[in-house]
Design a protein around this ligand. Structure first.
Ligand SMILES: [Zn+2]
Length: 379
């Protein structure tokens, strides 16, 4: 007895758009989309020897009929964007995506174009920090900032907003405590001055930032938007120790945010911690995006660890794909391969029967995302 998930639809609950000319890339640029490192030497001399990257190229060779990185780069450069994108995304049955368009927004194609190219429903996830930084630059008072911020988060676009996201793990860590509005107010002039002195300013941990994060969490609950939180591996400027979801405990224990759903993204190497939190708090969910790609040889193990503690109604599939369609494709491929292996091993060890394995697969690959983000269009 074994299950096959090849044709199961995958809803990608955490992804980003593609680069504007995503087929016109050299080897270093393609590798860049598979690495969190900003070191050119690492991309040039080392990345292509990683097992996950070799596996990605091997799978891509089967799909394109071209062997090796050079031949694949030449092949993709001569395809139409629409054909190539759909060759990949159809191969792994990506049925819809929740997209954070706040990452390198100026370099990426917009969501409308991506939706047209891919012919798939796309939903928007709004990055809290981008909205807050934009509002701080224009607000002349704390009260004005407060109203601009709520307006900014609620702005309707062509693609329906279904979630908010915070990258606080990269901006000082996940340790966050409730903040009084008075301390945030008295921080306004200072932050405003720093922001106006540097065009490349980014918000980092301070009373003003913390306060507006908490405002966003409450607004999210009012609108039924889950809040995605990066944790574990991710940007190379993050202090990984402060990216442990356990650091977020004070907010999870606070009654004020009990109505907000939180989705921990990535999680590796804190998969057990995230799964534990998801088993304790009804409003905590987890995805394993990026982890299933960048440590794909361990993906089966990671999914088993998540399933060992967290209810299967709390785990979501995602790729964190960005820049190139190969990242979404390989993320989805790796997710399905690892989930198949994890469920087949649980089946062989008699933890679950075949029907239960298929139900769990359906939850992780699409049902949970549909329910949590309210994606009725995909029913
Ligand atoms: Zn991401």
């Amino acid at each position: 007895m074994s299950i096959d998930l090849q044709h199961f639809i995958l809803i990608d609950n955490h992804a980003h758009p593609l680069l504007k000319r995503f087929l016109q890339l050299d080897a270093v640029a393609l590798r860049q989309s598979f690495s969190e490192s900003r070191s050119l030497a690492l991309l040039r001399d080392h990345l292509a020897t990683s097992v996950f990257y070799l596996d990605m190229l091997n799978r891509l060779s089967i799909l394109t009929g071209r062997a090796g990185e050079d031949a694949i780069i030449e092949f993709r450069a001569n395809q139409s964007e629409q054909d190539y994108l759909n060759l990949l995304w159809d191969d792994v049955s990506i049925g819809g995506l929740v997209i954070d368009d706040g990452f390198r927004a100026a370099d990426m194609i917009d969501l409308q174009k991506l939706s047209r190219l891919s012919g798939r429903p796309l939903f928007r996830c709004v990055r809290i920090e981008n909205v807050l930084e934009r509002c701080i630059r224009v607000a002349t008072s704390f009260d004005e900032l407060a109203s601009l911020f709520v307006q900014g988060l609620s702005e309707a676009g062509m693609q329906r907003t279904v979630a908010l996201k915070t990258i606080l793990a990269y901006r000082g860590g996940l340790e966050l405590e409730p903040v009084a509005s008075d301390s945030a107010k008295s921080d306004f002039e200072r932050v405003k001055r720093i922001a106006s002195e540097s065009p490349s300013w980014r918000i980092t941990r301070c009373a003003l930032y913390d306060y507006f994060l908490l405002v966003a969490f409450e607004l999210a609950a009012d609108n039924g938007w889950p809040v995605q939180i990066h944790c574990g591996l991710g940007d190379d400027d993050a202090d990984l120790r402060l990216s442990d979801p356990l650091c977020f405990g004070p907010i999870l224990r606070s009654e004020s945010y009990a109505a907000t759903s939180f989705v921990f993204l990535h999680c590796y190497p804190f998969v057990r911690e995230a799964a534990y939190l998801a088993s304790i708090y009804s409003n905590v969910y987890m995805d394993l995006s990026l982890s299933t790609s960048l440590v794909s040889p361990s993906a089966e193990l990671i999914i088993r660890e998540a399933l060992a503690a967290a209810p299967s109604s709390k785990i979501l599939a995602g790729t964190d794909g960005h820049s190139t369609p190969e990242t979404h494709w390989y993320g989805a491929y790796s997710w399905k391969r690892a989930l198949t292996a994890a469920l087949n091993s649980l089946l062989a060890e008699h933890f679950i029967d075949e029907q239960q394995a298929l139900e769990i697969a359906g939850r992780l690959l699409h049902d949970n995302a549909r329910l949590l983000y309210g994606l009725e269009e995909l029913a």
